[in-house]
Design a protein around this ligand. Structure first.
Ligand code: PGA
Length: 252
């Protein structure tokens, strides 16, 4: 029986202006008014974070950022630091999203620096890892996942590791409408949890929430959430409409 608290997270990517973001945030708080047994997180674009933080005041919906710098301040043009985010009420930071890895060439070492900075400054990292279609077709899925996980968690001690959220996001399923089957996702999640047990211990492995991401929709959330090692979802496209995100939050 799965004892971890489910987390349903919406990654708004580079979408929505401030009024649109605030409107959607209000709608999500209304949809979550009675969400006592699950966590919901929204990751708006940086420009809307402060306004969405205000919109979320008094609700249980958590605020996330889509990335984070590894230093508190300095000459890092274009970056936003962990204290800047905690200042406006951000709780979580998505790190290592495949779009960051593929389009902006973030590598495991950089992702590791970002992840350690979140922990140092009191943010919860949502670490994304996942294989490409080529990796999957060549049988390299588990090798790639292991390399990404070990790389991101280098020098992270068990007490810190316990706090992270992991998101398994097969790159071939992101924004493509092709979801991994519940069995494929469960297989990867189980593999990751076993790996964490080996890298740390069973307690750490059992406490880390592992989300699935990649074309999560109202019509596949329920079956995904029946799997023992799937503790929630990181949702892109379907998080931009209140109807679909509400149905995902209210998975059965
Ligand atoms: P998607 O995106 O739900 O649109 O596939 C998921 C993600 O990139 O986190």
């Amino acid at each position: 029986m799965n004892r971890r608290r489910p987390l349903l997270a919406g990654n708004w990517k580079m979408h929505l202006n401030i009024p649109q973001a605030v409107e959607l945030a209000h709608a999500v708080t209304a949809a979550c008014a009675d969400c006592t047994d699950r966590d919901v997180m929204l990751a708006p674009p940086f420009t809307a974070l402060a306004s969405v933080a205000l919109a979320l005041q008094g609700s249980s919906v958590l605020l996330g950022s889509q990335n984070v710098a590894w230093e508190a301040q300095g000459a890092f043009t274009g970056e936003i630091s962990p204290p800047m985010l905690t200042d406006i009420g951000v709780h979580m930071a998505i790190i290592g999203h495949s779009e960051r890895r593929q389009i902006f060439f973030e590598d495991d070492a950089m992702i590791n620096r970002r992840l350690r900075a979140t922990l140092e400054f009191g943010l919860i990292p949502v670490l994304c890892i996942g294989e490409t279609l080529q990796d999957r077709e060549s049988g390299a899925t588990f090798t790639v996942l292991e390399k990404q996980l070990r790389g991101a968690l280098q020098d992270v001690v068990p007490e810190q590791a316990e706090q992270i959220v992991l998101a398994y996001e097969p790159v071939w399923a992101i924004g493509t409408g092709k979801t991994a089957s519940a069995e494929q996702a469960q297989e990867a999640h189980h593999f990751l949890r076993s790996l964490l047990a080996g890298m740390y211990n069973k307690k750490v492995a059992e406490s880390i929430r592992v989300l699935y991401g990649g074309s999560v929709k109202p019509d596949n959330i329920d079956i995904l959430m029946t799997q023992a090692d799937i503790d929630g979802a990181l949702v892109g496209g379907a998080a931009l409409s209140i109807d679909s995100f509400k149905r995902i939050i209210r998975f059965q």
